[in-house]
Write a protein that binds this ligand. Sequence first.
Ligand SMILES: [Zn+2]
Length: 263
Amino acid sequence: MHYLFSPLSIFEFFYNAFESMRLALFPRKVERSDLQILEKHFPYYARMNPKFKKEFERRLQYILSSRNFHPRGGLQEVTEEMEVLIGATITMVIFGWKKVRLPHFRKILIYPNQYYSSITRTYHKGEVNPKFGIIVLSWRAFLEGLVDEDDGINLGVHEVAHALKLENQIRHNDEFNFISASVSQDYRAHMALEKEKMKAGEDSPFREAALINGDEFFAVVLENFFERPEVFSEQRPEFFKTMTLLMQQNPLVVSPRVKVEKA
Ligand SMILES: [Zn+2]
């Protein structure tokens, strides 16, 4: 396991203090138009009961107030819809923890489409940069991930999953080790088992990209956890249960699907 120390730690400490003050004075309010966007395009929120919705809105307001969104690669502007749907994706992934906010990843860069990464020298749809606390997303790929709710592919969740795992390892702010070590151990056992099944060519709810490495596996598992929890829980009930403990939430409870009566 490696920890990420940054020479910017002291700067970051003061910056965070300043940001909290700014946020207290000038929060980015969640407006009625924002809620309409969520109701229409963000099913996790739309399915919630009123009590969870209120909590979601409060935490979304914090997330939106504490992030900076920047258009890149010819994108003219960051629209309200972009802010709200990306902010909602972060809020959804961290919803199980009362105090987790991913403060390290405060900068969001949005490209209109796939973009060329000078680091990997290939085209990307998204990535996270832990050194500079940046999440990068292609808006087109983000939307495609959101629109199809049944394919278990969701770029937003995927990149926020990477950020979540990194934040859990960053020592210099107060968000560190919020993922339970004993549950992580169970998780790793499930991962090993699942990888074996996948390599043996067995049917799996997870797509092949999960086999690239541990980080990719986790990101793909979270895409399925949020996008099609019913498939995940039906096909891998024990693994799904471990994920609800790891993430401190069960999407089937927080955001219940319409029940189909069994004959
Ligand atoms: Zn990835």
